[in-house]
Design a binder for this molecule. Structure first.
Ligand code: UDP
Length: 319
């Protein structure tokens, strides 16, 4: 099997690349290194089953050639991270919508099975916990730029589903819930790498708001396992799946856990959202996945708990 991975030098993409190469598959990566890093895949460059193209997925002649050559497509290239979305909303909307549209158009031309990675952000600030795939999306107003990420990814989902129903393109949608692991950067606002770095440097750990908002974090190795399982299960085609881990923790609790695990002397600081982002910033209080659908189809069970994931991240940053 020859897989094309867009965003293959990113955090999740590089782990997926590694996983597929371990399975003796052929992999081609396209990444423009906007949020990805060459360092994430540098250790794999000697592998003859891997080809890397540092380029944008908007390079149509290149993408057409690569899509023609491959068997399946994992489309991971996207603008991600709350900080990036607030600071560069134009890039977020354009990358996520135009990029996915181009990919689907070309995938459909050659009828190549495509897995689209989406996000738990599409549930928005819905408060029916846990979130199941058929639940409603509840977005804030358009004047709050955070929601442009959720809307852009929701649009990607609509488009992929439309290609499936109208043009019979085989596709699967995977909604990723707060994924963590080695190689994730805190640069775009992600909480776990940010806290780990702050703790290791004995700097204040910056908990936003009252820290009572919660998340459930999934190890990237579990995510990659699920992406592969979904791609290879014919019964997944045409459907949406959550990929996550039901273990929930408050952000304040996360700060305490990371402080304890690093043996840090950092103080835990509470910072209002207005100061951290922009005036009127909206966050979601809780976000927990219902993973029944994925588990029933693939036998998925998260193998790594939060402590194990944090341990891997601490080791990564210590190096
Ligand atoms: N957060 C925080 N301090 C930080 C970064 C994030 O308290 O330095 C909070 C953020 O407000 C949110 C949660 O941690 O409530 C998860 O943030 P992240 O950006 O990692 O993911 P999100 O779930 O918001 O997409």
């Amino acid at each position: 099997m020859h897989s094309l991975i867009t965003g293959g030098a990113g955090f999740v993409g590089s782990h997926l690349t590694e996983y597929l190469l371990q399975k003796d598959e052929k992999v081609t990566i396209v990444d423009n290194l906007s949020t990805g890093k060459f360092d994430n895949v540098k250790h794999l460059t000697q592998n003859r089953s891997l080809k890397i193209h540092i380029d944008t997925i908007l390079n149509e002649p290149l993408m057409e050639h690569l899509i023609k050559e491959c068997d399946v497509i994992y489309h991971l290239a996207a603008a991600v991270g709350v900080r990036l979305i607030i600071e560069r909303p134009v890039e977020t909307i354009e990358t996520n919508i135009i990029g996915t549209e181009e990919m689907l158009k070309l995938a459909n031309r050659y009828k190549k099975k495509t897995l689209i990675t989406s996000t738990s952000e599409v549930y928005g600030k819905a408060n029916k916990i846990p979130f199941a795939e058929d639940d409603d999306s509840v977005f804030g107003p358009t004047v709050k730029s955070r929601w442009c990420y959720a809307c852009s990814k929701a649009m990607d989902e609509y488009l992929a589903l439309a290609y499936y129903h109208e043009k019979k393109l085989p596709m699967v949608i995977a909604r990723l819930f707060n994924t963590i692991g080695a190689r994730q950067t805190g640069q775009y606002g992600m909480v776990v790498p940010t806290f780990v770095q702050q703790a290791l440097l004995n700097h204040p750990i910056t908990v936003y708001d009252d820290g009572q908002q919660s998340r459930s974090f999934t190890n990237v190795h579990d995510v990659v396992w699920a992406l592969y399982a979904l791609m290879n299960d014919p019964n997944a085609v045409g459907q949406v799946f959550n990929i996550g881990n039901g273990q929930e923790i408050t952000i304040y609790g996360l700060a305490e856990l990371i402080k304890e695990m690093t043996g840090s002397s950092s103080e835990i600081q509470l910072i209002p959202y207005d100061q951290a982002f922009e005036s009127g910033f909206e966050d979601m209080r809780r976000r927990v996945p219902d993973i029944t659908k994925l588990s029933e189809l693939t036998g998925y069970e998260p193998k790594m708990d939060l402590r194990e994931s944090i341990k891997q991240i601490i080791e990564y940053y210590k190096k």
